[in-house]
Design a protein around this ligand. Sequence first.
Ligand code: ZN
Length: 567
Amino acid sequence: MKASRMLIATLKEVPNDAVIPSHILLIRSGMIKKMSAGIYNYLPLGLRTLRKVENIIREEMDRAGAEEILCSCLQPKELWEASGRWYKYGSELMRIKDRHDRDFCLAPTAEEVFTDLTSVLVKSYKQLPVIPYQIQTKYRDEFRPRFGLMRSREFIMKDAYSFDVDTEGLDKSYGLMYKTYERIFDRFHLNYKIVLADSGAIGGNGSHQFMALSSAGESDIVYCDCGYAADAEKAESKAIEGVKEDLLELEEVNTPNFKTIEEVAGYLNIDKTKTIKAVAYRDMEHNKTVICFVRGDREVNDIKVINALNTSEELLRMATPEEIAEIGSVEGFMGPIGLNKDNIIVDNEVALMYNALVGANKADYHIKNANFARDFKCETKDIRLVKEGDLCPICGKPMKVERGIEVGQVFKLQTKYSEAMGCTFLDKNGATKPMVMGCYGIGVTRTMSAIIEQYHDEFGIKWPLNVAPYHVVIVPAKYTDEAQKDLADKMHDILNDSKAEVILDDRDASLGFKMKDFELIGIPYIIIVGRRANEGIVELKDRMTNEKIELPYMDAINKVLEAIKNI
Ligand SMILES: [Zn+2]
């Protein structure tokens, strides 16, 4: 491919709506171009990489025995009504009407379509299990699209769905997809963690997320060297016991105008780890006010509170002073002693404290020397937010916290959709049963972004060879120089004939200008044909390491071909 014939659209300027490296570099390297907020067109170089990313996913899915299909992005409302999600899905669902006033949506996911299809195609246990999948455009009407392909309104996803006769079968399919995902993300050379994404109703191993580590990520991951890893919202930590002391008598202290635990601890000169912090919530689903108690240096994890109350995010808010008063407490002076057990949630670490400071449930007073077993014994729960350095619940070592980009998720759906939509089969005994389902997603375009987040430097992208738009570019310092032109052309032909994906930069521009372009685009190998062309000597630059060596041109060619062979 000659550079002079290509739609190279590199930019010097950083686009003003871009803040993270992958967004900046995708635009600056001319891989994608914004059309509207959160909607992008893929230019030739970007499309080549996108296709390679898709193909790696396709190869591994096929290898696992999954079968590719392609469903329409346009989905009728009836299917979403059958699953009960047409209204539930909320404003992220892009809804449209046709000329006959019939409702459709642009697919944000495809559980409904796959469940419906399989219910028609599969009738007997003999046909199960099956894992159909597709690589298809998806739509989500993000309130605030941002970060380029990371949180766009149109994106490409690989979604797969497994259908089994029972939960044992589902466990097998789930295990197979989990392993397949490891193979896929290994092939992308991503540094990733697999985190437990759900410990709620579905069970401890109901869902895992594949998170590419990156400061540009939108989720916190808590992990330990022993292998424990979880989404920060779900992560647990070992409860730490306070310094043992003899239990002292309760003592009321006057703390006028000190409302936060920080203020009171400072005023009384008590370490925060010896105080108990209170946060009051209103559960609107159950019309109930609850006060949550954690150690003074901790934060309450809202998600854990939602799970403990068995309510939803939309139906939980902070309690008002009036609501707090209704259950016998006072805002700013809330404590666990004397309150109804139904109105408190005590973190399990609080049970391990000695002589703690708590609110007195009356204005301007706190109580010293509160002890769980003696003064407010109740059922405890883990409701605290885990932070860096907290101890691993499995092995007890300090854990780390890093940000991650969710590039994949595997999920055990069980019979949620098959029951709602009548996706059944006849078992061995002729009985009708719902199929047991799993679903498995990979954000294809988001994976492209994640690779860039992990592989870039101040000059641009550093694509791993197997997803680079081209393998190698030949850059003559001066293409009008006869010796340079002859050697560059010759190398281009040899590489082309050897099935290398090669660009020849035949543009009439300075060496520096041309180098900058291809360093920005991130072509893994750059061969510079310069003043020693007449001796057959060239320079080979490895973009991943930025090392440059001088060598005979055939050696350069062989090095590149060898690397391509080992992709
Ligand atoms: Zn551990």
